[in-house]
Design a protein around this ligand. Structure first.
Ligand SMILES: Nc1ncnc2c1ncn2[C@@H]1O[C@H](COP(=O)(O)OP(=O)(O)OP(=O)(O)O)[C@@H](O)[C@H]1O
Length: 253
């Protein structure tokens, strides 16, 4: 992604919310996008997929995939799968898991492979008993199960990149750990390229290879994860790390 710029009108005047973002996500690697609340992480994620919420205007930004320029709006689905903070909102309440999986495969033109692929991906994301899971509606599943199912649908879509926007924020700590382990495993086994948006520097330490730090609509620092933790250069990175150390002093004893 190069030069992403997004703006909205505030009090009748245009305000640039995302101010020239360059970001690279590689297959088999995890890039974390961190920053304080309101720094522009979620808008950046939407913008790099060619999506803009109502009231937001795209002023610029190019995406290249393996060196070739691509239209960002073609990315969601087959190239970039998404996992969000609140998985429940991503499911249609009147469709079973099997129906969701069928829809996902139909987009890929492969609905005939449902009975073969669904048990495979459910096992891969740690949802055993595929026949039972396939019959469940969203309200019959926990947040952790739905997050695993979101990841299963991402695998069915065959997308090489996963965009995870605060994927563990609403989950209890035990389930958070399971979801992070699952993402870690899929990066290693499937070579997924992951962009993970998070406030949680513990998640960054656990999962990320590279870190991009956002502040007020700009990326103010990019660094390999170890370098960022050892010697943060930006005030924004230092503030995030200080806040994390204040919360979890035992990790740094
Ligand atoms: N649809 C919109 N219209 C106008 N302003 C918006 C819109 N969506 C977001 N903003 C503003 O853009 C800025 C960046 O928002 P964004 O949601 O990307 O931040 P964030 O870093 O993801 O925050 P958080 O960590 O709290 O989710 C904020 O000032 C927000 O108020």
């Amino acid at each position: 992604m190069e030069g992403l710029r997004l703006s909205a009108r505030r009090d009748g005047r245009p305000v640039e919310l995302v101010r020239g973002i360059d970001l690279a996500v590689e297959r088999g690697r995890v890039t974390a996008l961190v920053g304080a609340s309101g720094s522009g992480k979620s808008l950046t994620c939407l913008g790099l997929q060619g999506l803009t919420p109502p009231g937001v205007e795209r002023l610029g930004g190019r995406v290249r995939l393996d060196g070739e320029a691509v239209e960002p709006a073609t990315l969601p689905g087959r190239t970039v799968a998404t996992v969000m903070q609140n998985p429940r909102s991503a499911f249609n309440p009147v469709l079973t898991m099997r129906a969701h999986a069928r829809e996902t495969l139909a987009v890929r033109g492969d609905a005939g492979a449902l009975d073969r692929l669904l048990p495979e991906v459910l096992a891969e994301v740690g949802l055993p008993e595929p026949d039972r899971i396939a019959r469940l509606y969203p309200f019959e599943m926990s947040g952790g199960m739905l997050q695993r199912m979101m990841i299963a649908l991402a695998l069915l879509a065959g997308a090489p990149f996963l965009l995870a926007d605060e994927p563990t924020t609403d989950l209890d700590p035990l389930v958070q750990g399971h979801i992070l382990s699952l993402i870690e495993r899929l990066v290693a086994t499937r070579g997924l390229g992951v962009l993970i948006v998070t406030h949680d520097m513990g998640v960054v330490a656990r999962l990320a290879d590279e870190v991009a730090v956002m502040e007020a609509g700009r990326i103010v620092e990019t660094a390999p994860v170890a370098a960022l933790f050892a010697a943060p250069r930006s005030g924004a990175a230092r503030a995030l790390l200080d806040a994390h150390r204040a919360l979890y002093p035992e990790e740094f004893a």
